[in-house]
Design a binder for this molecule. Structure first.
Ligand code: ADP
Ligand code: GLC
Length: 479
């Protein structure tokens, strides 16, 4: 099949979260199954380092706000997998992706309407007639609508659309005046269309008009049909339940494999964990923490956002650090208030807490490899990749039982346990989970058995890619 995959961030060119990991690994896995995949994404300033090749294909898109000229750049990852960048400097050549610091760019509605329509025009200009247009998150929602309304009598008219919800907390809400800026017809500004509490909602365009909906874990697919997890859209999602499936993400086992990882000072695998001890020493020394001390090393790598439950880490860890020889290493960035609170924690516990604020891909590998326990007490979690990286790296995950965390981590109380789970989003519940980690750490035989069980679990993309392939085939009617 020919697949047009539209997405707002793609590793290694741009990334703010797990979406970028998926946008690189899923198309690669689909190409590996023999499909032809073209990924379309903006040419942000960060893309320049990869020196993408200009294709000499000009595009012009007109909105009431003006006509925007663009050209296509490309990087090939093999014969079946090409990444196409929409170059439009006024919209995308900026230091940030969605904004700078906590401030989103004021013209994000136009920037992502441009991506949505530009991706379809790009396919048309290249003579690429996809069977499937696979859209991701609010940034691409309008493409589902545009495909139905604007391309019916073109070669794209036969394409079926799939819209994947990676995170319902971000819906692309804009003042309704943007309808005029983008030239959207007002008859679509209704509760069963683009309107959401008197605002324009990009995500709804995908939810309403895509042929199929997917989300990134089976549990999250259920969570979002409830008032607690639906972020205001549970009613609409229930109406479309017949079109919605949960397909668990995989992880890219070529970059996330402790036996071959180029970012590590020593490598290891389930059969020989000696290299892990060396990574642990390197990690402690990288953060200026004493390498010889006993006691468990807890780690976190996270966007600092309410979703991730970092407030529970801040509430529970000071007590634990005061009464034990545990240590904590945190790598993260985001909400300035959370960042400040972690700075305060680090200055209160020198020698026990290591902190790096900012984004560091290479360091994130060492943190997984060196850590004993990975803390992920999320309020909600569509899938989550870090707990799977942790399992692969023998860093036992301590997770809240929500969304993809429930689908990937088996609690210690089970014979095939790979981690520690807790239910209530509360400090006492998280504290009990962390105490269970302390107890496990004190029993080195049990700890090693749990580690090894996690390390041999298979989370590679193959199975998920085949699930998407089966969905695509159902949509195009070839099964
Ligand atoms: P989300 O997309 O909600 O942030 P995921 O667990 O799906 O959560 O994906 C997060 C991704 O971002 C992982 O690849 C993780 O390693 C990475 N990540 C998050 N924060 C940082 C950071 N500060 N430095 C390096 N990598 C980070
Ligand atoms: C979102 C979710 C995360 C998921 C990622 C990739 O960022 O927050 O749980 O793993 O998308 O699908």
């Amino acid at each position: 099949m020919k697949i047009l995959f539209v997405v707002s961030e793609v590793l290694p060119f741009s990334k703010t979260g797990g979406l970028a990991d998926v946008a690189s690994a899923l198309p690669a896995a689909l190409a590996g199954l023999g499909h032809e995949v073209k990924v379309v994404t903006p040419a942000y300033a960060s893309v320049r380092a990869a020196k993408p090749e200009p294709l000499g294909v000009p595009l012009s898109l007109s909105f009431p706000a003006g006509t925007f000229h663009s050209e296509l750049l490309s990087v090939s990852h093999g014969p079946n997998h090409q990444v196409l960048f929409l170059a439009q400097d006024a919209l995308y050549d900026r230091p940030g992706i969605y904004g700078e610091g906590p401030w989103p760019y004021a013209d994000n509605a136009l920037r992502y309407a441009f991506l949505s329509v530009g991706a379809l025009s790009a396919a048309q200009a290249l003579g690429f007639a996809p069977d499937i247009v696979h859209l991701n998150d609010w940034q691409t929602g309008l493409a589902a609508l545009a495909l139905l309304r604007g391309y019916g009598d073109t070669p794209l008219g036969r394409a079926r659309s799939v819209f994947t919800l990676h995170n319902l907390a971000y819906q692309g809400w804009f003042p309704k005046e943007q309808m005029d800026v983008l030239g959207l017809p007002w008859e679509l500004f209704t509760p069963d269309g683009l309107e959401f509490y008197d605002q324009l909602n990009f995500l709804k365009a995908g939810v309403v008009w895509a042929d199929a909906l997917t989300t990134v874990s089976p549990t999250y697919a259920r969570d979002i049909q409830t008032p607690e997890g639906g972020e205001g859209l549970h009613g609409l999602l229930r109406e479309r339940a017949g079109a919605l499936t949960g397909i668990l993400n995989g992880i890219d086992t070529t970059t996330w494999n402790p036996a071959t990882d180029v970012h590590l000072p020593a490598r290891f695998h389930a059969g020989d964990l000696a290299g892990k001890a060396e990574c642990r020493r390197a990690l402690l020394s990288r953060f200026g923490l004493p390498a010889e001390a006993e006691g468990p090393l807890f780690v976190c790598i996270s966007r600092m956002a309410a979703q991730k439950g970092m407030d529970l880490v801040l509430e529970v860890m000071p007590g634990l650090l005061s009464r034990s020889n545990a240590r904590l290493v945190v790598l993260g960035s985001g909400d300035p208030e959370l960042e400040t609170a972690f700075r305060v924690l680090a200055s209160r516990f020198p020698g026990q807490v290591g902190l790096q604020l900012g984004y560091d891909e290479s360091l994130s590998h060492l943190v997984e490899a060196g850590g004993d326990f990975f803390l992920m007490p999320s309020r909600f979690e569509p899938c989550g990749l870090n707990q799977m990286y942790s399992l692969a790296y023998g860093c036992v995950p301590v997770v809240r039982s929500v969304g993809g965390l429930s689908d990937t981590v088996v609690d210690l109380s089970q014979p095939d346990g790979t981690g520690i789970r807790f239910d209530a989003f509360s400090a006492p519940a998280f504290e009990r989970a962390v105490e269970r980690a302390m107890a496990l750490h004190a029993d080195s035989t049990a700890l090693e058995a749990v580690r090894r069980r996690g390390m041999v679990r298979d989370f590679s993309w193959g199975r998920s890619a085949r699930a998407y392939e089966a969905l695509y085939r159902r949509l195009v009617g070839t099964t």
